[in-house]
Design a protein around this ligand. Structure first.
Ligand code: BGC
Length: 750
């Protein structure tokens, strides 16, 4: 299809009408020109195809669909392959259901554990988020369906989400919040990006030219369509100019009229409108032309994919040897989640699940384990007070069992789109019941169902904890496989579990003051904060146990030096030294030296891979590092800055468990100020090689005054004095022209 020609045949009114949907879920079709409408649907962890005219809040029913593990769980797989397969299954479902764009993945950073939507997002770390998002997008788009990465960007809380302004500096934006999108956009080229509801430094995301047109499009090369989050358009014409092509859902035809008026009165360049229409039509026709009308999908097959993803996402947080269960164990199962599992979050991603499998249902189907298992409800999924009779009944069942499985978690109403959690606690009756059970049986295994970290005040009195997150509709089967050892647990935490809410970097300023949300912690998000402060956490980022053991050896670097533009290969041998096959997640962090210019986190994840190993088997894990792996974003220069120094490659099992390290000497740049003036400290200038001679030419002597020093300490004081002394102390006067010349001369030395 020649889209430009088609656009040239459209009237101004028709073009304006293309810039918003025809209803809540379709782009505008134009009969006169045979332009078809295309459907968009949520996403991200199942197809939520609703009838026309229904809500986008997940309240009204949609077609039955397989509910895959939510983002929080999928990310815990640390497995690009799992994300890709999930994407492929969803892509196929979209083809069969005539959906052209799937509204996912959601990659916003988990800035605080309380964000109501954390269950939908991947990680506190941008590298994990963007790598996994890229795999998911590749999977969806392999089926010729557009993926729509969301919500761009700094959309990290639900409180006041339509008006809040995320106030953050450029470095924090680039290194953390944009980085979650950047790599995925560059690598997987999603067909669409959804801009967020919130403002960024006062400017609505939908109206943010700097980030939509300048960064996303011009810098990163994104050539797809930008769609507004549902209702995120503030002022249609400026939003269009800033780069928001498609408004969803349409509010009224008034916005189309505004576009027409703006073109007619010269306030909007028609080319901008044409460009937006072109991007929308590119998506529509690409979908139409590659549409595979023969595609059928099979719920049962996708349910199996969801089950495998769930099993490989579960994180064994603690195990003192009580797991795996033995078929002969007498097991007491307590908690309604064993019967009615919590497997997804609330809001626009809510799936009308095809078939939910509970743990108890799977146990009942299995004659080998069935006899040994008894179930007591204990507490309700909705979270309500227990009376004494219930506690007595539970205690009795626990006393008579070898092992007790407590199915705990957050009630559905605790985690949803639209609002944030109030605290990090489980319902109090669950904590109380776990303590009561601990008094009568020491073999307690807590199976958690939650989309984000919870405090565990009982952690020392239980033997094992399995974090299932929100694992989708096959959760029960997957939990059973992990508990009974059919699946060797291999998930890892894509976020830190702090001991208590008060420890988190955003505390106490959780959701800002009014509409101003200041990201005061800067780049120190998640483990970047806890590890830099050497804090004790409940479970660190990257943590997860297995039923087997792995050892690491032979850490090698393809070179011990690194220069801008190089590629450096880090490899390490990993051996399964236990008796069971399993999958290990190998993590590579880069530890930075002290920077001359900025505060950097003690280390940052720059590589991860998951490998399968049979008992006794050794394999080599390999990672590629590039300039970005070592760089920080320089706000002053608006560029990534590779600072010279000794870095370390750390091979780790979690962010707080580094096993091997090797030094890499980076031959990059020294930080010097962008522009020197009379207030610049001498130390900053003298770092530039040749600067002493240059300053002399300008009659500026930087020699230290003769001064008798008695000891080392005095020498140090003197040196520091000169290091921080401003240029004006050495020069009586410098006019603007001289300053300009000096800057040029210094530049020539670099
Ligand atoms: C959500 C989006 C979702 C859209 C359509 C909005 O409320 O923020 O993530 O895709 O609704 O349902």
């Amino acid at each position: 299809m020649n889209i430009r020609k088609l656009i040239s045949e459209m009237t101004l009114e028709e073009k304006a009408s293309m810039c918003s949907g025809s209803d809540g879920w379709h782009t505008q079709g134009i009969d006169r020109l045979n332009i078809p409408a295309m459907r968009l649907s949520d996403g991200p962890h199942g197809l939520r195809k609703q009838k026309e005219g229904t809500d986008n809040l997940g309240i009204q029913e949609s077609i039955p669909a397989v509910c895959f593990p939510a983002g929080c769980a999928l990310a815990a797989s640390f497995d690009r392959g799992i994300l890709k397969k999930t994407g492929q299954a969803l892509g196929e479902e979209c083809q069969a259901e005539n959906v052209g764009i799937l509204l996912g993945p959601g990659v916003n950073i988990k800035r605080s554990p309380l964000c109501g939507r954390n269950f939908e997002y991947y990680s506190e770390d941008p590298f994990v988020s963007s790598e996994l998002a890229a795999a998911y997008i590749e999977g969806v788009q392999e089926k010729n369906i557009g993926a729509c990465i969301k919500h761009f960007f700094a959309n990290n809380q639900e409180t006041r989400r339509f008006s809040a302004s995320s106030e953050l500096d450029e470095r924090t934006a680039r290194e953390i919040y944009l980085a979650a999108f950047e790599n995925a956009v560059k690598k997987a080229k999603p067909k669409a990006v959804m801009c967020a509801y919130n403002r960024i430094n006062g400017i609505y995301a939908a109206e943010n030219k700097k980030y939509l047109n300048d960064v996303l499009r011009d810098e990163w090369g994104f050539d797809g369509l930008v769609v507004s989050d549902w209702g995120a358009v503030n002022d249609r014409v400026p939003d269009l100019k800033a780069g928001t092509d498609l408004e969803m859902p349409p509010v009224s035809t008034r916005n189309d009229e505004r576009i027409v008026e703006a073109v007619k009165t010269g306030k909007l360049d028609e080319q901008i409108l044409d460009r937006a229409v072109e991007r929308i039509l590119n998506c529509v026709y690409e979908y139409e032309e590659k549409r595979d009308r023969q595609t059928v999908y099979n719920h049962e097959k996708d349910h199996e994919t969801a089950k495998k993803a769930a099993a490989e996402s579960m994180v064994l947080l603690k195990n003192n040897g009580v797991l795996p269960l033995n078929n002969r164990d007498k097991v007491a199962v307590i908690g309604e989640f064993a019967l009615n599992p919590r497997f997804q979050g609330g809001g626009s991603s809510h799936i009308n699940a095809f078939r939910v499998e509970s743990f108890m249902e799977c146990v009942c189907r299995d004659a080998d384990v069935n006899d040994g298992v008894t179930y007591v409800q204990g507490f309700h999924t909705a979270g309500s007070e227990n009376d004494l009779r219930v506690i007595k009944h539970v205690a009795e069942a626990a006393r008579n069992a070898d092992k007790v499985l407590v199915f705990a978690g957050l009630p559905e109403s605790y985690e949803s789109e639209g609002y944030d959690r109030e605290n990090m606690r489980l319902p109090e009756e669950q904590n109380r019941l776990i303590r009561e059970i601990a008094a009568v049986n020491e073999n307690i295994i807590v199976v958690l169902h939650n989309g984000a970290p919870v405090e565990m005040p009982w952690i020392d009195s239980v033997s094992a904890v399995l974090e299932t997150y929100l694992s989708g509709e096959a959760v029960g089967a997957a939990v059973k496989d992990v508990l009974y050892g059919k699946t060797n647990p291999c998930g890892r935490l894509p976020e830190t579990f702090p001991v208590r809410l008060e420890d988190t970097p955003v505390y106490p300023d959780l959701t800002g003051e009014g509409d101003r949300v200041c990201y005061r912690e800067g780049v120190f998000v998640g483990y970047r904060y806890y590890d830099t402060r050497k804090m004790k956490v409940l479970f660190p980022f990257g943590h997860g146990l297995s039923y087997t053991d792995y050892t690491y050896s032979n850490l090698r670097l393809s070179s011990e030096q690194f220069r801008e533009g190089d590629k450096l290969i880090v490899s390490v041998d990993v051996t399964n030294v236990g008796d069971l096959s399993g999958k290990e997640v190998i993590q590579l962090y880069i530890k930075s030296p002290r920077s001359q210019a900025v505060r950097r986190p003690v280390h940052e994840l720059k590589g991860f891979t998951k490998i399968f190993l049979r008992p006794g088997e050794t394999k080599t894990a390999e990672f590629e590092l590039d300039s970005r792996s070592f760089s920080w974003f320089c706000t002053e220069r608006h560029e990534w800055f590779l600072e010279s120094g000794e870095y370390e490659a750390e091979i780790a099992k979690s962010s707080q468990n580094v096993i091997l390290r090797r030094t890499i000497r980076v031959l990059g740049r020294s930080y010097i100020p962008q522009r020197v003036d009379i207030h610049t400290p001498l130390g900053d200038i003298l770092r530039i090689p040749g600067s002493v001679e240059l300053l002399k030419k300008y009659g500026i002597s930087v020699a230290q005054e003769e001064c008798t020093v008695e000891n080392e300490n005095e020498e140090q004081i003197l040196q520091a004095h000169y290091e921080y002394m401003p240029l004006r102390a050495r020069v009586s006067e410098m006019n603007d022209r001289q300053i300009h010349e000096l800057n040029q001369a210094l530049c020539s030395l670099l």
